[in-house]
Ligand binder design. Structure first.
Ligand SMILES: *Cc1c(COP(=O)(O)O)cnc(C)c1O
Length: 222
């Protein structure tokens, strides 16, 4: 898409989002120029699915923005990921959390993470089942250099955003339940749900972080 069109789309989405909702620009496959145009129009958080792609684009961006990992993180890429990203939105195992905690002892960094919830209970999808989120949160709560700050979910793919509502609702319930526990070392501050087609439904169900790609940048070339 032309830079001017990206800027227009970003401004329209930012204008539409309620004040308490933050936008993550899901930037996979986009060029540094496209990402820069989005930043120019007000994007403050960039989401990437792959460590290598983020590394490449980050070198080209000088603006002071935040970087979120929104794809599945492999443990052997964790060290690099911790250098590149301000938040990992997709944590779904104690093992990965322990790896991050361990790496951070070298630098004394504390990494904010969201727990990815497999709200559709899909076989092939990453994330923990809703009923397993609490146990994982409790386990990570004891780690000094990993900080749980909320939940993230994708939900099953569908053409109709209304189909996503029950999955968003389930995740929001888990989020609120965990918040009520007031666990030491855990904050339930971010609920990351909703993409280009589904962010309105997600916000109605309580999302305060939405990850949007196509609606800002146009269709991805396959
Ligand atoms: C690509 C992606 C998005 C954004 O999807 P769009 O439909 O392009 O808005 C959101 N979340 C994740 C994890 C993604 O990979």
């Amino acid at each position: 898409m032309k830079y001017a069109d990206i800027e227009r789309s970003v401004r329209a989405v930012l204008h539409e989002l309620p004040g308490h909702v933050q936008l993550v620009a899901a930037a996979k496959t986009r060029t540094a120029g496209e990402v820069r145009a989005a930043i120019e129009a007000g994007v403050r958080i960039i989401g990437y699915n792959y460590v290598q792609e983020a590394e490449h684009i980050r070198q080209e961006i000088t603006a002071d923005v935040k970087w979120h990992m929104i794809g599945h993180l492999q443990r052997n890429k964790a060290r690099k990921a911790l250098e590149l990203f301000d938040m990992i939105e997709t944590l779904d195992s104690a093992k990965l959390a322990r790896t991050i905690d361990q790496i951070n002892t070298d630098t004394d960094r504390v990494t904010p993470i969201l727990i990815e919830v497999n709200s559709g209970r899909e076989e092939a999808k990453a994330g923990v089942f809703p009923e397993d989120a609490e146990a994982l949160v409790r386990e990570i709560a004891g780690m000094q250099r990993v900080r749980v700050m909320g939940l993230m979910t994708m939900g099953p793919f569908s053409d109709d955003p209304e189909d996503s509502r029950p999955y968003f609702r389930t995740t929001a319930e888990v989020y609120r339940d965990l918040g009520r526990l007031k666990l030491a070392g855990v904050e339930m501050r971010y609920l990351s749900m909703g993409m280009s087609d589904s962010y309105r439904v997600a916000i109605e169900e309580g999302a305060n972080l939405v990850r949007i790609g196509t609606k800002l940048f146009g269709p991805r070339e396959s």
